[in-house]
Design a protein around this ligand. Structure first.
Ligand SMILES: Cc1cc2nc3c(=O)[nH]c(=O)nc-3n(C[C@H](O)[C@H](O)[C@H](O)COP(=O)(O)OP(=O)(O)OC[C@H]3O[C@@H](n4cnc5c(N)ncnc54)[C@H](O)[C@@H]3O)c2cc1C
Length: 371
């Protein structure tokens, strides 16, 4: 049996961010991952570091997302220095496009409410009517009613992010075990023995960060983690000359020139195949936003499963029955990567979750269930 300071289960964006953060603090960490057969949102997402739609009615989530977006600037630089991998992080603000006048009116109310709820932490935004939007994004289509803008939003290349997290983790002495689906966990307070990939690992700390796998793994250490899949479909086009200078939700141009077009939200269970009806819907919306896209060729198309809690918020908790065991899961693993590496890992290392993330306890589901 090999001994570690901490075991992290799940080598996607959440597990890798936390594992890197722990190794960065000098802990001896084993990162266990099931492998290519698993569902992996981290390899199929849109790559936004998105803040402006996060946390209506839950200012703690707005704060946490915004904090991560702020941390991202130094985080991207740190990853590049550690590994030589450029995550292509950009932080120039972003635009939420409203296709119809009704969308625009609803969005205006939404942003006003976010501003009110932010209180003294403030929430800076601008509503761009059709004319203002056209001047900010000249390629926008004539049918689009307007948009909201905040300076907090950004994006990264999610595949380079995952690669750099793994490389940085290894560089800091972390041990990565692929093809290691967890078969059993023997849990006692501050004493966890995990069997995976034919080997046995022991540590006083355990972090469950296995995406959709959290639902089955959590109860093994006394944690209820009610996450379910929500499917999303994405297109990537051929490379074209730089044309979209501004980051917009649903359509963005990557550093190498290809345009990423997203994305649907579907309740399809664990079915991660693409469907022509949704492809048409996503493509039609993108062409309405940017008419030049009708002449650009699609080169790839895929579906992936989001990891979604019932209220869409992250779940952060330490087990009451097996202290030392933590869970980290969310549906914005790119946005929150910096917070997970630079803040959440610190909470785990210190052995307690602070009030700042108390709103994300899994106990909120017990209250809902009782009600
Ligand atoms: C279409 C789409 C678009 C998205 N767009 C964005 C976006 O723009 N911005 C953003 O911030 N987020 C976005 N997301 C969400 C983001 O991708 C996820 O929040 C993030 O990838 C979740 O990472 P994860 O590590 O929790 O899960 P995953 O990536 O699913 O990784 C889980 C890992 O756990 C491992 N695992 C599972 N079970 C076990 C087990 N029993 N033993 C060992 N290992 C196990 C698997 O092998 C897997 O590698 C999007 C997601 C989708 C699907």
């Amino acid at each position: 049996m090999s001994s570690y300071d901490s075991i992290v289960i799940g080598g996607g964006l959440v597990g890798s961010s936390v594992a890197y953060g722990l190794a960065r603090r000098g802990l001896k960490v084993a990162l266990l991952d099931e492998g290519d057969v698993a569902f992996r949102a981290s390899r199929g997402n849109f790559g936004l570091v998105w803040v402006q739609s996060k946390g209506l009615g839950v200012p703690e989530y707005q704060n946490w997302s915004r904090q991560s977006s702020m941390l991202w600037d130094d985080f991207a630089q740190e990853l590049r220095q550690e590994t030589g991998v450029d995550t292509q992080h950009e932080h120039k603000g972003g635009i939420h496009v409203c296709i119809t006048e009704k969308d625009f009116a609803e969005r205006k109310k939404y942003m006003e409410q976010m501003h009110l709820e932010a209180g003294e932490t403030r929430f800076e935004y601008e509503m761009l009517d059709q004319k203002a939007l056209k001047s900010a994004v000249p390629e926008i289509g004539p049918e689009v009613a307007g948009a909201s803008f905040t300076p907090y939003d950004g994006a990264a290349n999610p595949l380079y992010l995952l690669r750099s997290l793994h490389a940085a983790f290894l560089k800091r002495g972390g041990k990565y075990f692929p093809q290691s689906k967890v078969a059993a966990i023997k849990a006692a307070p501050h004493d966890f023995t995990v069997t995976a990939g034919g080997a046995t690992f022991n540590a006083p700390k355990l972090v469950i960060a296995a995406g959709l796998g959290n639902k089955a793994l959590g109860p093994l250490v006394g944690l209820n983690v009610p996450v379910d899949p929500v499917r999303g479909q994405i297109f990537v086009t051929e490379r074209v000359k730089p044309v979209l200078s501004m980051l917009t939700i649903w359509v963005r141009q990557m550093a190498e020139g290809s345009i990423m077009i997203g994305e649907s939200r579907e309740d399809a269970g664990y079915n991660d195949v693409t469907t022509p009806e949704v492809q048409q819907e996503v493509a039609a919306r993108a062409v309405t936003m940017f008419p030049f896209l009708k002449d650009v060729r699609i080169v790839r198309h895929w579906a992936a499963l989001r990891v979604m809690s019932p209220d869409g918020l992250p779940i952060y908790e330490q087990s009451a029955t097996c202290p030392g065991a933590f869970v980290a899961t969310c549906h914005s693993g790119v946005t929150l990567a910096a917070a997970h590496a630079l803040r959440y890992a610190g909470f785990v290392a210190d052995g307690a979750l602070p009030a700042e993330v108390a709103r994300f306890t899994n106990k909120r589901f017990d209250v809902q269930n009782a009600a």
